[in-house]
Design a protein around this ligand. Structure first.
Ligand SMILES: O=P(O)(O)OC[C@H]1O[C@H](O[C@H]2O[C@H](CO)[C@@H](O)[C@H](O)[C@H]2O)[C@H](O)[C@@H](O)[C@@H]1O
Ligand SMILES: [Mg+2]
Length: 259
């Protein structure tokens, strides 16, 4: 994987490149991650703030792109809709396991066994003060941002719960979080499903994300001759060929394109 240190594009070059998107609005499709990309990271999952102007800017930019703007997130689809209401963008939730595109809506329900697993995990987490369990229906996240001292024990236990869940779930690592997500689809798989129908068909992808889960959509963008932009300070290796050092810069690009 290319490391960010060798990314072809730095902040200025990336912003310059993205500013040219609207010179060919029928050529591009934008796929945007939410946490850490559109929104600043916060101490807890529900402490995030959506800048007041952002939903309308995304709506205006989507219109300029003929609707070819999708949110691709580890959040549930319903949670993403709540964040950006009154708009309901094409969206892939739970890291790609549920999707709303021109073909309709496909969601996924938790099995009784997975419900029982979430109850057991929640009960066990009582022993790790500060660890937050985020129930996302067919997925569950164990957050240790407020209790980093529990990272190691959580890693061990979430590997155990992944074994219990079986092959229909996958352990997804992220920023101070271990998640069990449906294994059936990644963010990269979600992009391929968006490309099967208008308005995304035959367009080149612009993918912007900040975390491990976004790497699969960066790979699709690279393979399709599009753009892959990793957000955040230089750190973890990435196959993204460009970078933006903060979600504030991402919002600046969105605001400029939506103007
Ligand atoms: O794919 P994304 O849209 O980036 O969602 C990834 C996960 O984001 C959330 O967790 C992360 O953001 C939280 C709020 O800023 C932060 O407290 C946490 O430490 C981060 O891991 C969300 O809670 C998860 O469900 C998403 O999968
Ligand atoms: Mg993210």
């Amino acid at each position: 994987m290319q490391s960010l240190e060798n990314a072809v594009q730095d902040d200025d070059a990336t912003q310059e490149m993205l500013s040219l998107v609207l010179e060919e609005p029928d050529h591009w499709a934008m796929f945007l991650d939410i946490d850490g990309t559109l929104l600043n990271l916060a101490p807890t999952p529900d402490a995030i703030e959506v800048p007041e102007a952002l939903p309308g800017q995304l709506h205006r930019l989507s219109n300029k792109l003929g609707g070819a703007l999708a949110l691709v997130t580890g959040r549930s689809l319903a949670y993403a809709d709540e964040l950006f209401k009154p708009f309901a963008f094409p969206t892939a939730g739970l890291h790609g396991a549920e999707i709303r595109n021109a073909a309709g809506m496909q969601t996924i329900e938790a099995t009784p066994e997975f419900q029982a697993l979430k109850h057991a995990l929640t009960a066990e987490a009582e022993h790790y003060p500060g660890v937050l369990i985020e129930d996302k229906g067919a997925a569950v996240a164990a957050h240790y941002r407020l209790a980093p001292e529990y990272e190691k024990v959580l890693e061990e236990r979430m590997h155990h719960y992944a074994e219990v869940a079986g092959s229909n779930w996958a352990l997804q690592l992220g920023k101070m979080v271990f998640e069990l997500r449906p294994a059936r689809s990644s963010k990269g798989d979600a992009l391929e499903r968006f490309f099967q129908s208008d308005p995304f068909k035959n367009r080149s992808p612009i993918t912007i994300g900040d975390d491990l889960t976004d790497e699969s959509m960066f790979a699709i963008a690279n393979a399709r001759g599009g753009l892959s932009v990793r957000v955040g300070a230089i750190g973890a290796p990435s196959c993204a060929t460009s970078r933006l050092s903060s979600s504030a810069l991402v919002r600046n690009v969105i605001a400029a394109l939506a103007a």
